[in-house]
Design a protein around this ligand. Sequence first.
Ligand SMILES: CC(C)(COP(=O)(O)OP(=O)(O)OC[C@H]1O[C@@H](n2cnc3c(N)ncnc32)[C@H](O)[C@@H]1OP(=O)(O)O)[C@@H](O)C(=O)NCCC(=O)NCCS
Length: 274
Amino acid sequence: MATDPHQQKAATMGFALRPDAWGVGYGRETVRLALDLAFTNLGLHRVWAARAPRNEASAKTLLAAGMVEEGRIRGHVFVREAWRDSITYGILKDEWAARNGPGRNVSQAACAIGLTRDVLTVTAPLTVQRHRRIIDVHLLLIRDNRVLLSLRQGGYASGQWQVPSGHLEADEPTDHGTVREGWEEIGVRVDPDHLELAHVMDHRAPGEDPRFGIFYRAHSWEGEPYNAEPDKCGGISWFPFSDIPDRTVPYHAAALQHIAAGRISSKFGWKPRP
Ligand SMILES: CC(C)(COP(=O)(O)OP(=O)(O)OC[C@H]1O[C@@H](n2cnc3c(N)ncnc32)[C@H](O)[C@@H]1OP(=O)(O)O)[C@@H](O)C(=O)NCCC(=O)NCCS
């Protein structure tokens, strides 16, 4: 939608959908949303549109939204080496209000709206990207009621203990990601079938995006754990659950308490919602 440079409170509208989305009503809904935006959010007085004479789908879409055919602009656009006429449609604010009452506030209808100079771009809710969250996977090795922790060195949380862990990679199931981290960080081989879900935690640190932590306990493993990443890790050690070091990454420490108490899920670092 672009405001008309020489008319007050008027705009011209154009619209196009991907062909695989045609014919199920999105066109009608898109034009209605654009008109809601024009009259409810922007307070315009008039909106108009032009279509190619042979574009039946556009004609029906414009009429279905309540626009009225107004006339023909001769030789309006130069397309494929020839001047082509356009058929125009328009609607006034009062006509829109008579059909739709007060109208919807488009920004409240969860549309993404981009404004560049005097041109507005409306993205229908169906195309808005879904929220994606980082997943951290954690490998719990427990022996004689002691849990294996590694000491972070350099970078985030340097000098704090943690359960061996890392980010899940794309196209990787959580059990395989946990097995990979175990091999990379402490050099043990774990069969994914020997993992048991111990805890899931919805956690966030101040000023950071929320993340999702999954803790798997390995019932068996091959190899004696060792510090396989000496550039990132200051050492590994076994700790009783009752004596987890004070200097442990806070959400890991909280998760270990929950695990010791037999709780399967928790939240960490979230402020209560008003
Ligand atoms: C025009 C366009 C947005 C219509 O979107 P759509 O989602 O397919 O349309 P809808 O499903 O909402 O249907 C709206 C009306 O158009 C009619 N229609 C849809 N496709 C049609 C077609 N190929 N031929 C004839 N009528 C058609 C529908 O039957 C409906 O009419 P009705 O209310 O009388 O039943 C889409 O075809 C498009 O993106 N075309 C290419 C770009 C374009 O031409 N834009 C318009 C520039 S002015």
